[in-house]
Design a protein around this ligand. Structure first.
Ligand code: 2M8
Length: 430
């Protein structure tokens, strides 16, 4: 009917907008998350954005991933930010991460390992099969080296789950799940000026107190022989089993195993399957039966973080939750959705730490919506998955391709013309 036609027109317009946004954030070999606010190549942004490019320019999609791996360290780590070209609109940039004489080419920490998912996505959606096979083959050893790095550098105690040592590594920078673990004393750090507040209202960003902690960690890691991966785990006052990184790593391992199988690399398949088996067991300790949610764990105190955050649902995306756990998660998610106009809020709205506009403490993020919705479908909760999809569409129709959204009003927040939001409209919502 005409209503359907209208909806189709609206979506077609958003697809056009999304393509325009990716093109305008394109620096040739990589896409910046947003002009001004984030002027470099970010790790998980790039991996997610490559799926958006894949919809209309396969060659460009592969280049995005290849360029991300051009920043890979010798030990396998893929940094959270690669500083290809200088920019003075972001803090902390290459001068802070590096030495005064030599700005750094990248940060010294990592981010959620999405890339293996993207390689599989690009391969499965490829029209140019031959090219896709070659690209997958050449990216495979780099992906494997990165996953190995996670276990070697971030799970030296062989728990089966890895630690983040900085909230920036989780991607969910100021999540209330870190509040207790971020209580360590702040060092006497050099004075600094935050660039983010030139672009975005302070009420939508982490507080000064939080930034002081972020920088304390950065300077301590830098003092440890410039981010020596063998030292960081032991010296960091912040060491957390994060649900976002671990769920994505688990899912990425499944995709990497799939890729290894396609390439006939049986040794790698065996190695990855061992990670999966250990991970499966380790996840069961992150389950809070009373809350019916997964929780992050502070590895220093051994305590589960009580904050109910959206990453609690990501084990569905990983495929690591049991049927019973999935049922409880679905029940909780349904309750959360009934408390807001648009889901999924990054913190349970009933929790005292919920703030509807402050970044990872309440707002809706489309990339997380995609992951949760994808996970729900896998477990058979198609109505709930569809509801999240509809909310995501409605948000982009109402507010445009913003960085994140207010779950109560549906207003857009943070950066504008945001690459990963655009990518979700192309690769998921179309
Ligand atoms: C945000 O993080 C950066 C630090 O990495 C920042 O605020 O300066 C987070 O939302 C992170 O998940 C994201 O990758 C990055 C770029 O979009 O911005």
């Amino acid at each position: 009917g005409s209503e359907e036609q209208l909806e189709n027109d609206v979506r077609a317009h958003i697809v056009e907008e999304a393509i325009r946004v990716l093109r305008s954030n394109d620096y040739g070999h990589y896409t910046v998350p947003a002009q001004g606010l984030y002027p470099f190549q970010w790790n998980w942004d790039s991996a997610l954005v490559s799926a958006g490019w894949a919809v209309f320019d396969e060659a460009r999609a592969w280049r995005e991933l290849e360029f991300l791996f051009s920043g890979q360290w010798e030990d396998g780590m893929v940094p959270s930010i690669v500083f290809h070209k200088p920019s003075d609109t972001y803090f902390p940039g290459p001068e802070i991460w590096g030495t005064p004489e030599r700005p750094s080419k990248s940060t010294g920490i990592s981010q959620p390992p999405v890339a293996a998912l993207s390689v599989r996505f690009l391969y499965e959606h490829a029209e140019h099969r031959k090219v896709a096979e070659e690209k997958m083959e050449s990216l495979f050893p780099k992906l494997l080296a990165w996953h190995r790095w996670w276990y070697k550098a971030r799970d030296p105690k062989n728990k089966g789950v890895v630690a983040i040592l900085h909230p920036w590594e989780s991607g969910m920078d100021n999540s209330p799940a870190w509040d207790d673990s971020m209580q360590f004393p702040v060092d006497d750090i050099p004075p600094y000026c935050r660039c983010d507040l030139n672009h975005v209202n302070a009420s939508m960003r982490p507080t000064k107190e939080t930034y002081d902690h972020y920088l304390t960690l950065l300077y301590r890691f830098k003092a440890a022989n410039f981010y020596d991966p063998d030292k960081l785990y032991w010296i960091s006052p912040f060491r957390v089993t994060d649900l976002c990184v671990n769920s994505i790593l688990f899912r990425a391992n499944r995709d990497l195993s799939w890729i290894a199988q396609k390439l006939g690399k049986q040794d790698a398949v065996d190695e990855i399957n061992q990670w999966l088996a250990k991970g499966f067991e380790a996840f069961s300790h992150l389950w809070d039966e009373d809350a019916g949610l997964f929780k992050c764990e502070d590895q220093i105190t051994g305590k589960l973080a009580d904050a109910p955050i959206s990453a609690a649902f990501l084990p569905l995306f990983a495929g690591v939750a049991s049927k019973e756990q999935a049922a409880k998660l679905a029940l909780n998610l349904d309750k959360w959705l009934n408390k807001v106009s648009y889901g999924v809020p990054s913190t349970d709205p009933d929790d005292s730490r919920f703030e509807q506009l402050r970044y990872w403490r309440g707002p809706v993020w489309l990339i997380i919506n995609w992951m949760i919705s994808n996970g729900l479908k896998h477990y058979g909760y198609t109505d709930l998955a569809k509801q999240i999809e509809d909310h995501s569409k409605a948000l982009t129709e109402k507010a445009g391709l913003r960085e994140y959204f207010d779950p109560i009003t549906g207003d857009g927040a943070g950066g504008r013309d945001f690459s990963w939001t655009a990518a979700m409209c192309l690769a998921w919502l179309d």
